[in-house]
Ligand binder design. Structure first.
Ligand SMILES: [Zn+2]
Ligand SMILES: [Zn+2]
Length: 380
């Protein structure tokens, strides 16, 4: 298929039909490589795909980033481009993100109305927070000295094409914790002979709730959710081991550290009170996504110039792998409304969500205008 402004819908639906999970984006990478080569870009294939477009003698280099991976979700839609890869679905709209960035590459390569270098970044495995880091480890910034970086995500439930972003924190961090309580199981009729762990697990879940309500400042935006409760007990056997797993979101690295400390303190205190052992692990998958002032102003300026509706929004409670890029290079991550009706309003990661094709030309044009604003052709 050729890449042009007329067949973006077809390209998006083709990505949608053949979704691939994080770090398995083989067919997707092949397609992107072929589209970018077709435009005459220099293309580099490693952990992700990088396409480079240089015009004029300007030495400014910007990065525009899209994500490529899908989710392990069984699609329940019944449109004619439903996923053909069983149990895998583009339920976060990365099919649309790739297409908008390809559309922008086409537009910018055709109009050549800028002076400098644009690095088109297609990253793998955003959903598990590993893809941006893989590209950085692969030498992305050493090989392509990007001075500013930008990323788009669609947002269901917001008017199509409405732009939302803010300077400072835009997305929360995500950390995963696991607490293993080890005692001694035994006969369910004689709990006094062992040190069962299920009731301690229940007590611990309640105690963890006090971290947000009693230990954090009001309005911190931090969230702790215990999401799994696993024991080795059975019908008439008290468990000797109970495992709690969960997820923590914060808006500030200090809060993340505080929560890790309290999780340890409360778990050890309760374990000691009940004479059992405990192990706590806490791993941060996604750091906080911080938008820098100048790139954010360029995004707002582009929105204003191009007549887009835009909102200086509140921070989001979800997390974004883009954080790893903007932690090193000044950047701005922004959201574009996916629409307020039908499949376009369904939450991200739901089996009946769909990316809004009406957003393709809007996002494509926004990318192109943003790049032209960053790399103004005036000094050319
Ligand atoms: Zn997602
Ligand atoms: Zn996503």
């Amino acid at each position: 298929m050729d890449l042009n402004q007329e067949n973006l819908v077809e390209i998006r639906r083709d990505f949608h039909r053949f979704p691939e999970l994080g770090f398995q984006e083989k067919v997707t990478k092949d397609k992107i490589t072929s589209y970018l080569k077709g435009l005459g870009l220099d293309v580099y294939c490693g952990a992700g795909i990088v396409g480079v477009l240089s015009i004029g003698n300007g030495d400014k280099v910007i990065g525009l980033r899209a994500d490529m991976d899908a989710l392990p979700i069984h699609e329940t839609n019944n449109h004619n481009y439903i996923s053909k890869n069983a149990g895998v679905m583009h339920a976060c709209g990365h099919d649309g993100h790739m297409t908008m960035l390809l559309g922008a590459a086409h537009k910018l390569a055709t109009s050549a109305n800028f002076n400098g270098t644009i690095v088109f970044i297609f990253q793998p495995n955003e959903e598990n927070g590993l893809g941006a880091k893989a590209m950085l480890d692969d030498g992305l910034l050493e090989n392509f000295p990007i001075q500013e970086i930008y990323g788009i995500h669609n947002l269901p439930g917001v008017a199509t094409g409405e732009l939302l972003t803010r300077s400072g924190l835009i997305c929360s961090s995500e950390s995963l914790f696991e607490i293993i309580i080890k005692g001694m199981g035994g006969h369910s009729s004689m709990p006094q002979l062992g040190r069962e762990t299920i009731s301690i697990g229940a007590e611990l879940i309640q105690a963890i709730q006090t971290i947000i309500s009693r230990k954090m400042a009001s309005g911190s935006g931090a969230v702790i959710s215990v999401t799994e409760f696993i024991t080795d007990g059975t019908r008439n056997v008290l468990p000797g081991e109970t495992i709690l797993k969960g997820d923590v979101r914060t808006r500030h690295p200090d809060d993340r550290q505080k929560i890790e400390t309290y999780l340890n303190q409360i778990s050890r205190g309760l374990a000691s009170a009940h004479d059992v052992d405990v192990e706590v692990t806490f791993e941060t998958e996604f750091i906080e996504t911080i938008n820098h002032i100048n790139p954010t102003e360029t995004v707002f300026k582009t929105a204003r110039d191009q007549g887009y509706g835009f909102t200086n929004c509140e921070p989001m409670s979800f997390s974004e792998d883009f954080a790893h890029f903007s932690n090193i290079v000044p950047g701005c991550f922004f959201l574009l409304g996916n629409g307020t009706e039908g499949l376009h309003s369904k939450p991200l990661h739901s089996s009946n969500y769909d990316f809004n094709d009406a957003l393709l030309p809007i996002g494509t044009n926004f990318w192109a205008s943003l790049a032209e604003n960053c790399l103004s052709a005036k000094e050319y």
